[in-house]
Design a protein around this ligand. Structure first.
Ligand code: ATP
Ligand code: MG
Ligand code: FE
Length: 338
């Protein structure tokens, strides 16, 4: 089974060819960060226009890099939500045109489901049930994965997503955009106990998250220093902030694994590339004899290979989308709408 997948939900135009849900033949990712950097964040209308310019080139490049032609495809897959509606529509229109023109099946994939499946590209025989912590620019979810395509949402952020908090704190520190990798790098040079920051655990046993209080605490701390005319040690702020986020993410992931008696915890989404999160979760899970799985960093952030992997299992189930498939900006995990 050879699937071409297309991902345009945010600011990466990506196309990938994956064989049998496991062999990445190509994974072309054209990032628009340089275009959006001067605005300090993704500008939706600009993202749509860029996707339109790039989509055919990126698809062509993914086929060429895989050494195949359109005629070799078993199916075409596309992210149809959640994401920016104009951005999603570019990918959805391209995929529908290919499915119609070649008369091959169309597969619609949830972007967050795609992030989860970045793990299954290499972990082809996972032991269900397992816990997945999805930490990205727009989501912070703890999900119980009972099988391919069978999910139960256990907890989610009540305000900011983890990636969003990284990006906002990076901005107030004047580090630039996107902030997650910049804070991650700077933090390695700082003292993570230099500044006392709050950790929101919420009610006893809760698997929900909250990061807006932490973000505000960092802003207030910087404001106080400025009023006193004292210098900011940005590395210490980055290290203390990263530690506060990771402590809560790791504690709640372990709590979920205990509550639902799973042996494995997976990480997914852009923040899963964070080095402290990967290392701390692996270290603390080992103490409880739990297994930890995470994708290589390039497959943590947005890419089409993860979409192709999720699509592969839909293909095996015959879970095809009609050619009337539409973009759904607020699509929920496990609740396909086509
Ligand atoms: P969503 O997947 O929820 O729709 P998105 O697609 O914009 O949102 P991703 O591409 O999964 O999000 O991840 C991007 C986010 O990951 C950004 O917020 C970025 O700052 C963060 N990120 C990337 N690398 C790291 C890192 N090393 N440490 C912390 N955060 C990181
Ligand atoms: Mg992005
Ligand atoms: Fe994403």
């Amino acid at each position: 089974v050879i699937i071409l997948a297309i991902e345009t939900s945010c600011d990466e135009t990506s196309a990938s060819v994956v064989a049998d849900g496991a062999v990445i033949k190509s994974n072309i990712i054209s990032s628009q960060v340089d275009v959006h950097r001067k605005f300090g964040g993704v500008v939706p209308e600009v993202a749509s226009r860029k996707h339109l310019e790039l989509i055919n080139i990126v698809i062509r490049e993914s086929l060429d890099a895989a050494g195949i032609g359109f005629g070799d495809l078993s199916a075409v897959a596309v992210t149809y939500g959640p994401g920016l509606v104009g951005a999603l529509l570019v990918g959805v229109a391209a995929a529908k045109a290919i499915a119609f023109g070649l008369d091959i099946p169309l597969l619609g994939v949830n972007h967050i489901e795609g992030h989860v499946f970045a793990n299954f590209l290499t972990e082809t025989n996972p032991q269900f049930p397992l816990i997945c912590l999805v930490v990205s620019g727009g989501h912070t979810d703890l999900v119980l994965i009972k099988d391919f395509g069978d999910y139960q949402l256990l907890g989610a952020t009540r305000d900011d997503a983890a990636g969003e908090a990284f990006d906002k704190v990076a901005r107030v520190l004047g580090l630039g955009y996107p902030g997650g990798p910049l804070i991650d790098n700077l933090a390695t040079e700082g003292n993570d106990r230099a500044i006392t920051l709050p950790r929101a655990y919420l009610e006893e046993g809760s698997l929900d998250f909250s990061f807006s209080g932490l973000k505000t605490a960092v802003i207030n701390y910087l404001h106080r220093l400025k009023q006193k005319g004292e210098p900011v040690n940005a590395a210490d702020v980055a290290a203390s902030f990263r530690r506060a986020v990771v402590d809560v993410l790791v504690d709640k992931s372990l709590l979920a694994a205990r509550q639902y008696e799973t042996d494995t915890i997976m990480l997914a989404g852009g923040v899963a590339a964070n080095r402290l999160l990967r290392d701390e979760l692996a270290r603390r899970a080992a103490e409880e004899r739990l297994r930890v799985i995470y994708p290589p960093p390039v497959l943590c952030t947005d890419n089409a290979a993860m979409i192709a992997c999720a699509a592969h299992y839909k293909y095996l189930r015959g879970d095809f989308a009609p050619l009337t498939l539409n973009a759904i900006p607020n699509l929920q995990l496990g609740l396909d709408r086509y």
